[in-house]
Write a new protein. Structure first.
Length: 368
């Protein structure tokens, strides 16, 4: 089945990948926590039931301010299936910017990831009259936790379940699904209204390019409030691949090696740092190893895709791959073959050399 609405991904999971044990995974305190396809489906529905019990209705808006984590998906799907507009917001805004988004979006609830953000944002929530509820994802003393909503949903009666199914069946692909705010670099942030069709068409197109499979793992780095990160998230789910969330940005390299991800998404700065680290290691080499390393780099910087170089170039590239570029891939876990890049422009030289090294960088275009 091909989805026409975001939450159709949940039914697709149960239909096509019912035995998947690590649909979503996150590392918490050094340990991987896995959520199966069935857990993803059920928790999302329980969250939706809980929202209805709280009085939320189709067309209401809820803001999330959080790092990338499995819980983002549960609340995203739960909102989607009952017509609540998801407003994902960056964790790096100023209090004035948060206040503007809260008021402009007319949101009724804010969901915040951790104690530090809660301390900064809760006073703003208290000042905005439209905000009726503040919940957190991490367990924080004296704060409402999102699992309270899930628990309430687990105890929902048939009336709530039937109402949810009725709302789901009435949602069509042109319905308003999410409100994403621009960065505001040229003035006030602007809210971009996205329908189910906008996002579904986008991630289906990405699926045809990324070509992930059920046994692949994909590391989610680009913020889920960024449309590129969100499309990467959805297209991975459509493919049946597993989505992994790193414990922190500082753990990126070690996480890639540990989970042996086929790909990840990132802003150009992350790719630049990976390149700079590799070049720094090359400079530390001596003699013939150093000369071979920079011979391969020079070759990579001349790369052109789709067979646009001579046969002799590709013969040399094959040698460079065996001697040098294979080690680059090993440093990223050995299976990395694709990187989705978004958020800013990427230097062409970085794109060329990673393609030469057998890791395709795909620049993402988003609806914001």
């Amino acid at each position: 089945m091909k989805p026409t609405r975001i939450f159709d991904l949940l039914d697709r999971y149960i239909l096509k990948f019912p035995d998947k044990k690590d649909a979503l995974s996150a590392k918490i305190d050094g340990e991987w926590i896995n959520y199966s396809a069935r857990q993803y489906h059920d928790i999302s529905h329980h969250f939706a039931y809980g929202l209805i019990k709280m009085g939320f209705r189709k067309g209401d808006k809820i803001i999330t301010i959080t790092n990338n984590r499995p819980e983002w998906n549960f609340v995203d799907m739960g909102m989607s299936m009952i017509g609540i507009i998801h407003v994902p917001v960056f964790t790096s805004l100023t209090c004035d910017e948060y206040r503007y988004v809260f008021e402009h979006s007319d949101s009724k609830m804010v969901m915040i990831s951790d104690k530090r953000l809660l301390r900064n944002i809760k006073p703003v929530c208290d000042e905005v009259k439209q905000i009726k509820h503040v919940y957190t994802f991490n367990k924080i003393e004296d704060a409402h936790n999102w699992l309270e909503i899930v628990k309430a949903g687990e105890e929902a009666g048939n009336d709530i379940i039937e109402l949810t199914e009725s709302i789901k069946s009435g949602i069509n692909e042109d319905d308003f699904a999410s409100l994403i705010y621009t960065s505001g670099t040229t003035g006030r942030q602007k809210g971009v209204m996205l329908s189910h069709k906008n996002m579904v068409r986008n991630f289906l197109a990405a699926t045809d390019v990324f070509k992930l499979g059920i046994n692949d793992r994909y590391l989610s780095i680009l913020p889920l409030c960024h449309v590129g990160g969100r499309m990467g998230n959805y297209q991975t789910q459509f493919s049946g691949a597993s989505i992994y969330y790193a414990e922190s940005m500082g753990a990126l390299a070690s996480t890639l090696k540990e989970i042996k991800a086929k790909g990840f998404d990132a802003v150009p700065r992350v790719i630049e740092k990976i390149y700079d680290n590799v070049i720094a290691k090359g400079r530390s080499l001596k003699g013939i190893k150093k000369r071979m390393f920079f011979w391969a780099v020079k070759l990579g910087l001349e790369y052109k895709p789709f067979g646009q170089k001579s046969w002799f170039y590709y013969r040399k590239l094959k040698i460079a791959d065996k001697l040098i570029f294979s080690k680059w891939r090993d440093a990223l876990g050995g299976k990395a073959r694709i990187i989705g890049c978004g958020g800013a422009s990427l230097q062409p030289r970085h794109e060329r050399i990673f393609w030469a090294a057998g890791i395709k960088i795909l620049n993402m275009y988003g609806l914001t």
